[in-house]
Design a binder for this molecule. Sequence first.
Ligand SMILES: Nc1ncnc2c1ncn2[C@@H]1O[C@H](COP(=O)(O)OP(=O)(O)OP(=O)(O)O)[C@@H](O)[C@H]1O
Ligand SMILES: [Zn+2]
Length: 645
Amino acid sequence: MENPTGNKPERKRTSFTLNYAPILVIALFGVMLWYQSKEPTIQTIPYGKFKQLIGAPGITFRSLKVGRNDIRGEIITRDNIAGPEDVEPKSDQPHITSFKVLRLGVERDEQLYPLLDKYVVDYQAEEEDKPIQTALSTFLWLALMLAGGVAILFLSMRFFGGSPFSFGRSRHKVFAQKDSTKITFEDVAGIDEAKAELREVVDFLKKPEKYQALGGRIPKGVLLVGPPGTGKTLLARSVAGEAGVPFFSISGSDFVELFAGVGASRVRDLFRDAESNAPCIIFIDELDAMGKTRSSNSMMSHEEREQTLNQLLVEMDGFDTNRGVILMAATNRPETLDAALLRPGRFDRTVVVDRPDIDGREAILKVHARTVKLAPDVNLRKIAALTPGAAGADLANLVNEGALLAARRGKSSVTMSELDEAVERGAVGLERRSRVMRPEEKNRVAVHEAGHALVACVVDGCDPVHKVSIIPRGMAGGYVLQRPDGDRTLITRHELEARIKVALGGTIAEEIILGEISTGATSDLQTVNDIAQRMVREFGMSRLGRVYHAGEQNSFLPGFMEKSNVSEQTSREIDLEVRSIIEQCVSTVRDLIANNQPALNELAQCLIDKEVIEGRELYQILSRVGAPLTEAAMKTLLESKAEIP
Ligand SMILES: Nc1ncnc2c1ncn2[C@@H]1O[C@H](COP(=O)(O)OP(=O)(O)OP(=O)(O)O)[C@@H](O)[C@H]1O
Ligand SMILES: [Zn+2]
């Protein structure tokens, strides 16, 4: 704790000469430029003009040299007459101007020599020494440019915090947390679950002794997983801010370097620096850039990335949490991470940072509205309702956009009209990134998810529903989260059919309530088909009887089944059975939804208003409108009623 700000002498390894080398190079560059500029400026005169000047009154030539393609020399002007454009003597003093005339094959101009013989007399026809001179100056220029390049390289390396010859120094930023820009949990809104999970980390960083005394093991690494812009970086910084410890941050993409071993040595330096500043937080943004699965295919493997990743694993194993260093990392593609990173003792805790729901969005808008002047008519709840799917960063942008618009319109505060316009502008940009839904779309997703949820509550054999949400996640517009109670190893036929029915619930609800279905059903239909196929081919659950037709795993394309050992006739029978199972389920679900339209509408409306419905609430709503809940659902409902007095 001696050095809580984390400011420590940087670049301690840089030697004296390396420190001064760039200055020397720049000085050299300067001298050469000065030397160049010291050379008299040479005027270029058109050939015609030059010929007119020969013999003109008041003008004489000195050291005239006629080359193959040029003439060079000096013009001495004595009077204010007939000089070349810029030769303007201000007094009687002779004015000397260096000049050159460029003309291809000038030496062969027959008319030139008589003129020169007559008026200039003192001239030379110059021969081959010219090219050497040009070569010399070209060489000089090359040297100059080289020196300039080197100087720029030196400067940029210094700028990024490493000395020029130690590429391996990490370019991590250290944020001192004692300054006025300290970020705390106050600045993070709408992701309360994630925040709650990180409270413990803060507590540990504040009072490590308390935890050590009890012998508890604190997580070494916390992985923040969530879509872009949901505030992962912000959250990590706020943990440091809350605990008042330094924050070392670096991005995984910084490690993608050309030179072998550079990334690994950067990782080493980062951990050394952090350890000498403990307690502190190391934050690695875009962990996926350096932590991608090490490929087994040797031709495709990326030597450097692997070295870096290995070094990270070594460092993670080596450091002791008890000294107060906690590693945090963020990614939005956890599935690409190397499994070794997620093993116990490494990133042993994952915190999901999801897109905020309507309450969360309102809270985030409030956080960002603190720094702008809002008019009394502004209703942030309304804005939150208009922006489903927006992440924290989008909302921060929205407020900023509104403030800029108000300023442009010369208003003294930001009114609802600016914020509305900002939503519209933002929505166009966001829609491209498929983040924000249009109202019709939101309505459709709500009906679809309500369909899944309703079926899951009234069909026997379904797993209990934990959550229904219309906040987009990945490619899906919304989702229904079901969790089996207890571990299951065997699933019965009617439970499989129940799963098919739940999967069908979404599109059938769209069909009945909205009159037509949409493209949002692909993955549902995939689920339906998968289950039905396996029922017929693998589980013997059809009229074909106890047969097994699953085929072999294709060794070249894992996961792809070959249908080789099935005759054409059997294949047709399988298809018919699959279709019959699905059709039976479809007709059951159709009846079910048609008979429970009020319940479905109620549920959909509730989703539109709140975006997320927890399981308990879902059962309450359905029992209120008199939907025929299953026994299991009734039991859950009664239990939950017993819980809240
Ligand atoms: N939950 C939030 N509360 C308040 N502001 C937020 C929140 N989420 C994001 N922001 C705003 O958006 C900005 C960008 O968020 P941040 O960089 O932390 O997102 P991220 O999840 O790390 O994104 P990425 O994955 O693209 O790196 C923050 O600086 C903040 O202004
Ligand atoms: Zn669906």
